[in-house]
Design a protein around this ligand. Sequence first.
Ligand code: PLP
Length: 404
Amino acid sequence: MSKKPMSRIYFDHSATTPMLPEVVEAMRPYFIEQCGNASSIHSFGREAKRAIERARVYVAKLINAEPSEVIFTSGGTESDNLAIKGIATHEGRSRGHIITSKMEHHAVLEPCAFLRRAGFEVTELPITPDGFVEPRLVEAAIRKDTVLISVMMANSEIGTIQPTKDIGAIARAEGIPFHTDAVQAIGKVPVDVKRGNIDLLSLSSHKFHGPKGVGALFVREGVQIEPIIHGGGHERGLRSSTENVPGIIGLGKASEIAMADMKESNESMRRLRDRMFEAVLKTVPDSYLNGHPTRRLASNAHFRFDFIEGEGLVLGLDMLGIAASTGSACSTGSLEPSHVLLAMGLKHEQAHGSLRITLGRENNQEEVSYFLDVLPGVVSRLREISPFNSKRPMQGGNGESCVQ
Ligand SMILES: *Cc1c(COP(=O)(O)O)cnc(C)c1O
């Protein structure tokens, strides 16, 4: 049995990541001494403006864009909203067709649903059982009135890396703007908006060791979008409101570090992840991997265990000091299985029995050893009490109660 590590273990990096000390240090002066508003013409303001423009260069480099193509926002959700509503409603447009997929984040699906209620039509493409959007289906869905194609770069739940370059090429050939939510991909796969045929790209700082509440939208030069927040005309008129200076500095620093360390941190995460793949499937009976085994982020492991509920598993692991997540969200007392897992063809109870482990650069072998030691015991204890376990008689209830 491996020794329990001294501190709690964080295996939920797709939800958010810890900030790096260098990022905190880079932000610190901008809270107090360098408090300027970047729109002010005095020295405080000019310093803030210069710092923002330096950060913009790092964000642009991270995705091979021009600095003038980067718009700072409050995060991934706002970037997705700005891209989707900004294209759809450009110049007062109120009708049109949007293509997206069933595996998108809610930050894409919900703006699309909003536009549908407003009169647009939306096609949500199905996904393959191993977790991909197929370019040929994108091509087949294009209509004369298609105004936007939006497909994510890497999936937030199962980590599969989508063929966005091919999808972007199809969009470009048809003259349709292509948006990709790259929030999960940034810092983990090399992103090149020029070679990748991307017109709009969303990223979020807190998913790659920057601060929460700041992100960016790449808008290719020449692509016209409507702002969704109107005001003083900041960010080329596309995103009014006084810039979040410390946040933007933090995002710039996180981008600089991600570029320098991506290869090394990916290799380290992949080693840990592949060890988990092998050991979990071997030591836990009736366990499976969700999503394609290799065409996925190095940080992502997603397992499925028959006869158990993910919530119980996450809480059981939490009691042992391990933070992970599951394939369903337990909110308002009802269990909603993940829309991504259902779209892959999993049954409700299979989606419920899922566990998502998402690694970060600071995780190590000792933590993985401890996880691998305790997991089989947690799973088997849950199976003994599980209403899903057909090997055990049902004891009332419908198996849908929410473990709080
Ligand atoms: C986290 C996430 C978002 C939302 O980003 P926020 O900065 O938290 O608003 C959007 N898309 C994907 C794929 C995400 O993982």
